[in-house]
Design a protein around this ligand. Structure first.
Ligand code: SF4
Length: 250
């Protein structure tokens, strides 16, 4: 991938962030789908700027994840090309998502779940960011603008989910649709490039029987109806962050 090509995608990325008329160019003609675990699809044309009409979210049924979410994490890694730094020790490596094992101290019962950016309605990372690099898009997706990030890492400290990581090393062979940068902070962006192109996030595609993706604002979406039927817990619900990522079976 040439540098010019990467720059071209970066420009498009930044333009899309603003949700302005520029986003129309990026998104025109694409279809945005909402699908449940069984592959049910409804669609609408996405021919206008991002609005708050929709709020994207997902429900992860941990009881249906046979691998504790490892496949979802691998799909994310492959999609965005993170976590392959050669020289870093494990603690220094980037992670957009990780598998967390939880064990009940009393019963010793344990289970694993994938943890990534929870796409909070009131994101602490956005509150503390001094440059505006941490931002929440109108449709609820929380992300980092690499061009504004100065690498101060305040947002890493503020995130209660340890969902953000710092890029220590020079990056090679970047994915053109997911630009990254040494010296910046990064995290799950719900595969914003896929959503804007009418596809499901990579992790959702990797676990079709366990994850429902959709519009939390639509009471008739499969996601909303399922949440109403079986519930969906937030991690650290006590923080009242109203997360876009919910779990069943934790
Ligand atoms: S590391 Fe970047 S995104 Fe995080 S608070 Fe600092 S400037 Fe904002």
């Amino acid at each position: 991938m040439s540098q010019n090509r990467v720059d071209e995608y970066r420009r498009k990325f930044v333009m899309a962030l603003g949700g302005t008329a520029a986003a129309v160019t990026v998104a025109q003609g694409f279809i945005l789908r909402e699908a449940n675990a069984a592959g049910e699809v409804s669609s609408r044309p996405l021919d206008k700027a991002v609005t708050s009409d929709k709020r994207w979210g997902m429900l992860i049924d941990v009881t249906k994840l046979t691998d504790g979410g490892a496949g979802m994490v691998e799909a994310c890694k492959k999609e965005h090309g993170w976590g392959n730094e050669a020289d870093s020790d494990e603690a220094q490596k980037t992670h957009w998502a990780r598998v967390v094992k939880v064990t009940d101290k009393l019963t010793k019962n344990s289970f694993s779940l994938p943890v990534m950016c929870q796409h909070c309605e009131q994101p602490p990372c956005v509150d503390v960011c001094p440059t505006g690099a941490s931002m929440k898009r109108a449709d609820g997706i929380v992300q980092v603008n690499k061009h504004l990030c100065i690498g101060c890492r305040y947002c890493m400290m503020a995130c209660p989910y340890k969902a953000r990581s710092f890029v220590h090393e020079a990056l090679h062979d970047q994915k053109p649709y997911s630009p990254r940068g040494m010296g910046t902070v990064e995290a799950c962006n719900m595969c914003i490039h896929r959503i804007d192109n009418g596809q499901l996030p990579a992790c959702v595609e990797a676990a079709p029987d366990a994850v429902i993706f959709g519009d939390l604002n639509d009471p008739n979406s499969t996601l909303s109806k399922t949440l109403k039927d079986i519930g969906g817990k937030q991690i650290r619900a006590d923080l009242n962050l109203n997360t876009g990522v919910r779990y069943h079976g934790i």
